[in-house]
Design a protein around this ligand. Sequence first.
Ligand code: GLU
Length: 330
Amino acid sequence: MRSDDSPSRRTIGRLAPSPTGGLHLGHARTFLIAWLVARSERGRMILRIEDLDSTRVRDEARRGILDDLRWLGLDWDEGPDIGGDQGPYVQSERLERYAAALDRLRADERVYPCTCTRAEIARAASAPHPEDEGPSYPGTCSGRSAGEARLLGDRSFAWRFRVPEGLLAWDDAVLGPSSGHPRQIGGDFLVARNGVGPSYQLAVVVDDAAMGINQVIRGDDLATSTPRQLLLYQSLGLQPPDFGHVPLAVDPGGRRLAKRDESLKLGALRELGVDPRGLVGALIQTCGWSDGAQPAWPREWIGRVDLVRLRRQPWVVTPEWIEALPHGRP
Ligand code: GLU
């Protein structure tokens, strides 16, 4: 899926979970896909914990994520447990990097201080899901320059990115030629809360660029964030990665899997004695990469997958599918 096929460019992919409540089957499938695609290109894999949404982050979940990923047979070359040249690999320990990026956006007048809507500002640390987007920001505070922040005194405010007119396009490895109009999807978006921390959009761009990540494979609920992230790459003079947005897992009613449904969590399946190789084989089948669901470790599928053949429909997770998973030790 490379846009630059020079032999010197090595694929660097990432797994970027948020520790807000244990990985579920949808995460497992997306991470398995991202891992297999990068490993099939002999790429490196980085694990980064996205824990900026401090109100929702659970310590237990942070530890549980690493256990879940290992149980599934995934590994990584850099991450919070093993370190690496581009660490730390936990976002809450990288705040000064986001502050430096914000300084640059401020100096270039790409952002302005906004005193509107507390609820929206509070949500900005998490990746937005399409149903949370709401109407575009009407530009109430856009008349302010970045320098006018000092006139606000003690008032709490957030930094909003001044979105220009125009379409942002990218060649998505799954969706094909894609584009978005950030003025119409959300409008001027939040990049940081003053004195509190960065938004998801800013942190993810700063980190992916700093860690040299050139392949981002993630759920297609984040495709609407990609144009915003492309604007940030442009404004910060950074090279964007190749993006691939994979179809989400949904429940039989067509809804995105809920994080609160315990029966869908990897931790619960593990406790029930589900064989992780059986789960991997069954997930591979849902991707359209095999007819049957033969138990296998992810590494046994390296070099045997590609995004062109990835099933394009959402994956409907049914209780019957979960019940049919093989049990036993691998
Ligand atoms: N940490 C984000 C989430 O779990 C994913 C971010 C990304 O892949 O860009 O929703």
